[in-house]
Design a protein around this ligand. Structure first.
Ligand SMILES: *Cc1c(COP(=O)(O)O)cnc(C)c1O
Length: 442
């Protein structure tokens, strides 16, 4: 476990007090009782601490910079209320994320609008909202901006530096075969950037990349920085100045024992120093640096609470412990074979010697949250907690099987309150319509 702090257990600032799990000064089992399960819990102080640390590190190591929060990790109004005052900008990838960020009070000038297929409506909405930067990912998008804008829009181009970050293959986004970005290697990136000159509403300001997610090796970022700064040299030689360099996100966090992330500050400080040196060595103008961490700001701020229901032993094979959540609140296991750590909320320090598979309640055999993990003997009614669910859980949740998406409760200094309210059955049918012509159906 990575933290030495006595009763901290290495997942964000979650601790064990009197054998019981404690988050943000609140007892996890008591939260389950008060709010019900399944429940997402979000430790505000941890997210603030991590986001502020990123801002501080860049201020020190590379002052000409912006930290943008990657909205897709966890998007709801309150998160912008938490990060905007710390000086962060935001990256959004859809009209919905943009709308939420603006509703949460994010300054549009500090928003970077990503996405490989922004629709005409989304581009128009972003222009109308005075979004600071478009990160363009296709010629189609350039044409849309040219057509819809009434003044020049700041544009970065998403390029593919061809770095293979060592992480799960489904999360990689910049391998040579990627739907994201223009390839540097085959000359496409350079030619689209040169072609941008002919658009009167396109103001080229820089280049962006994102080499993957849940990355543990700082070298992955160093390779990306080398490739991106080499590309800046190339662009300069063609008479194109690069004011902004966006290196994306991807810093890894702690899910299971084997994960050994550096601290967020270490990743970012290392990359910032490496960039400063890379720029000097090449004799290019130091660009404004943008980092876009998502998972590493909110991931370990979150945990999910479930209640154990049915327990079923398959003779000589395994014991399934079914919980009241599943792939509708955590699709990452079925999507990426993601692995998690579980504990019992009111005896969290008990390692146990029973081997269980944790099953979700959806009608899919693949709806398993953990396979073959060791826990103390469980009974129906026990509250299970699983860690590092602050990123890509609520934001990826669905209403599959018409399960309600669990609410998100913020905790801070012993206080708790909703940041996302529970869905009711009425919410689930809110947009359902029975077409009038169905009256003819006999
Ligand atoms: C997903 C994404 C991020 C955030 O990645 P994390 O792994 O959550 O830090 C940042 N920038 C871009 C362009 C992304 O697609």
């Amino acid at each position: 476990m990575k933290k030495s702090n006595s009763n901290r257990i290495g997942f964000g600032d979650i601790s064990i007090q009197n054998h019981r799990l404690n988050v943000g000064g609140c007892d996890a089992a008591e939260l389950a009782k008060e709010y019900g399960t399944p429940l997402y819990v979000f430790d505000v102080n941890y997210a603030v601490k991590t986001a502020a640390a990123y801002v501080d590190v860049l201020k020190r190591e590379y002052p000409n910079s912006t930290v943008c929060y990657a909205s897709k990790a966890f998007c709801c109004k309150a998160i912008y209320r938490i990060i905007a005052p710390l000086g962060l900008g935001a990256d959004v990838v859809s009209g919905g994320e943009l709308y939420t960020a603006l509703s949460g009070g994010m300054n549009p000038k500090k928003i970077y609008f990503h996405g490989n297929n922004k629709t005409e409506e989304e581009v128009a909405f972003a222009i109308k909202s005075s979004v600071g930067y478009f990160v363009v990912d296709s010629l189609h998008e350039l044409e849309l901006i040219e057509k819809l804008a009434y003044s020049p829009q700041n544009v970065l181009f998403r390029v593919n530096p061809g770095v293979e970050a060592h992480t799960h293959r489904f999360i990689q986004t910049t391998t040579p075969d990627s739907k994201f970005g223009f390839s540097i290697a085959d000359g496409t990136a350079e030619s689209v950037i040169l072609s941008a000159r002919k658009y009167k509403n396109v103001n080229f300001v820089g280049i962006a990349c994102h080499i993957g997610s849940q990355i543990f090796e700082p070298q992955s970022f160093e390779i990306a920085i080398d490739k991106m700064t080499d590309f800046i040299v190339k662009l300069n030689s063609l008479g194109v100045q690069v004011e902004r360099l966006d290196l994306g996100g991807g810093f890894g966090v702690h899910y299971i024992e084997e994960d050994r992330p550096l601290t967020p500050e270490q990743y970012m400080a290392n990359s910032a120093r490496y960039l400063a040196t890379a720029v000097k060595r090449r004799g290019i103008t130091a660009p404004h640096l943008i980092f876009e961490p998502g998972r590493s700001i909110v991931g370990e701020a979150g945990l999910t609470l479930y209640t154990v229901g049915a327990i079923k032993t398959i003779k000589d094979l395994k014991t399934y412990v079914a919980v009241d959540g599943g792939m509708f609140d955590n699709p990452r296991v079925s999507l990426y074979d993601a692995r998690y750590t579980f504990v019992v909320a009111d005896r969290a320090d008990e390692k146990g010697d029973k081997v269980y598979s944790i099953a979700g309640k959806c009608c899919e055999s693949g709806d398993i949250l953990a396979d073959g993990i060791t826990l103390p003997e469980l009974k129906s009614g026990d509250v299970l907690a699983t860690f590092t669910t602050g990123a890509y859980h609520y934001s990826m949740a669905s209403n599959y099987n018409r399960n309600a998406i669990p609410p998100v409760v913020a905790v801070k200094d012993g206080k708790s309150a909703y940041m996302v309210k529970p869905q009711t059955y009425e919410d689930l049918i809110r947009n359902d319509v029975i077409p009038l012509f169905l009256e003819d159906v006999k």
